[in-house]
Write a protein that binds this ligand. Structure first.
Ligand code: AP5
Ligand code: MG
Ligand code: ZN
Length: 214
């Protein structure tokens, strides 16, 4: 299965990709995670990407496309992939169609007003990459799964989040029509899954994603 998760920053792409990739037995490939690891390793790609990421802007297409082409050529992609955060522009989608076209595209649709609270309260484990929200943590600094240190991402500041949302609407949302025209789009309307407290439970989103793929 070759699958794409499409959705705005904070939609829950990374949260859902962990379970869905294990279920489908395909690697979870997050271009954002690849750039963050390149930054912490101090590679030239990381240094270039950091400038754009800190500003909430997209890394240039040529850099991202080359990185994904190399990643998809690896052995573990023989049975497919789950791409999270790629493609993000029509140019990237066209390049992917030439490398290894997806079977389905899951759009995780969350209203903008929910995203700010999710992202400002997000904490990520430096050791196991687990993603949490402060509303569900008893200790904001320690990973409840592995005991690693929890940190806040550099781009989860309110002003950078606003820029990322604008970039999503301007440059990435045209992909909804692109994949609709190819008859590959499955829409998960998270607002329709909301419980009384106004947000959806990750396990309900997970079930809805698997149902959409049947
Ligand atoms: P990237 O790392 O891809 O960030 P993003 O798309 O902005 O998405 P996020 O990771 O912020 O959100 P998510 O949807 O994964 O949500 P999460 O599961 O964490 O990209 C970062 C940067 O890298 C870009 O800005 C760009 O510069 C660069 N880049 C990357 N790919 C690129 C590309 N292809 N081209 C060019 N540049 C690229 O969840 C968020 C929060 O919500 C968490 O706290 C979580 O616990 C909570 N949550 C999750 N699900 C639920 C739920 N159902 N209910 C309540 N809370 C929930
Ligand atoms: Mg993510
Ligand atoms: Zn951890």
């Amino acid at each position: 299965m070759k699958l794409i998760f499409l959705g705005p920053p904070g939609a829950g792409k990374g949260t859902q990709a962990a379970g869905v990739s294990a279920h489908l037995r395909v690697p979870h490939i997050s271009t954002g995670d690849m750039f963050r690891s390149a930054i912490s390793n101090g590679t030239p790609t990381g240094l270039e990407a950091k400038r754009y990421m800190d500003a909430g802007q997209l890394v240039p297409d040529s850099v991202v496309i080359d990185m994904v082409r190399e990643r998809l050529a690896m052995d573990d992609c023989a049975n497919g992939y789950l791409l999270d955060g790629f493609p993000r522009t029509v140019e990237q989608a066209e390049a992917l169609d030439g490398i290894s076209a997806p079977d389905a595209v899951v759009e995780i649709n969350v209203p903008d007003e929910r995203l700010l609270a999710r992202l400002t309260g997000r904490r990520v484990c430096q050791k196991c990459s687990g993603t949490y929200h402060i509303s569900k943590l008893t200790d904001e600094k320690v990973c409840p799964v592995c005991g690693g240190a929890l940190i806040q991402r550099d781009d989860d500041k309110p002003e950078t989040i606003a820029k990322r949302l604008q970039v999503y609407h301007d440059q990435t949302s045209p992909l909804i029509g692109y994949y609709q025209a190819q008859d590959k789009l499955r829409v998960i309307d998270v607002a329709s899954l909301a419980t009384v407290d106004g947000d959806s439970r990750p396990e309900d989103v997970f079930k809805a994603i698997l149902a959409s793929l049947e």
